[in-house]
Design a protein. Structure first.
Length: 235
């Protein structure tokens, strides 16, 4: 299985809290995704199933990866449970401005703390996902106005058990394009990380992670694939 955090988005570049907001990739992000795709192509990766969140930065990253792997026609599933952790009222704020206002430690707790979360978006707020038609098929009670990493982990693990484990048991090769915090939560679960470990764990954009499993879908190990042009052949 290959996991990948989407390439640089407009709000990554502007250093703004993003969560379920939906900025596009930047030109640098497109180039980053193309480097990841070349890395997968050189190693001959092919996939039986492809998943992303419902946010365009993850969908576009997946499309770029599949296009030149000759897998344009592979069906893609967009599952809301792969969306980034919902950042509540922080969404859209500049991370540096937030740091100036409340201090680096508080901002770190919001971003990396396992149980911390910011103020929620109210259900009456038009920006709450319950008003977004893209989630019209989801039970509105399940749509968050803010999440900590623990809550994010619950929905990602639900997705994992329902969608991915049966495929791995059938020997299928899976590609998942998602987000920094959903992948932190998923790898915490698969690798058995402690809360202290996951709080220190960062995932770079557009860097493929190769995850291996035994036939019973028990995780064996994982590593990053090196996308630097000179390193690709020997990775
Ligand atoms: O949602 C965001 O702002 C980013 O995708 C991830 O942000 P983080 O590094 O602050 O968790």
């Amino acid at each position: 299985m290959i996991l990948i955090r989407h390439a640089q988005s407009q709000w990554n570049r502007e250093n703004r809290f993003t969560g379920w907001a939906d900025p596009p990739l930047t030109a640098a992000g497109v180039a980053e995704a193309e480097r990841a795709r070349d890395c997968l192509r050189i190693h001959g990766y092919r996939f039986d199933a492809a998943y992303s969140s419902r946010l365009q930065r993850a969908i576009a990253t997946l499309d770029i990866l599949l296009a030149r792997l000759g897998q344009d026609s592979l069906p893609r599933v967009q599952d809301w449970r792969l969306n980034e952790r919902h950042y509540g009222a922080l969404q859209g704020l500049d991370k540096a401005e937030a740091t100036a206002r409340v201090g680096a430690h508080q901002v770190w707790r919001w971003r990396r703390g396992y149980t911390d979360s910011a103020a929620p978006l109210l259900r009456s707020d038009p920006a709450h996902p319950a008003h977004d038609l893209r989630y019209a098929d989801v039970d509105p009670q399940r749509l968050p106005g803010v999440e900590n990493l623990a809550r994010t982990r619950e929905r990602v693990v639900g997705f994992w058990q329902e969608q991915i484990i049966p495929r791995i048991r059938r020997g299928e090769r899976i590609l998942i394009s998602a987000h920094g915090n959903t992948l932190r939560a998923l790898i915490m679960e698969l690798a058995g990380m402690s809360v202290e470990q996951v709080e220190q764990f960062e995932i770079p954009t557009a860097t493929p992670i190769l995850y291996r499993f035994d036939p019973a879908a028990r995780p064996l190990d994982w590593r990053y694939l090196n996308t630097e042009p000179d390193a690709r052949r020997s990775a």
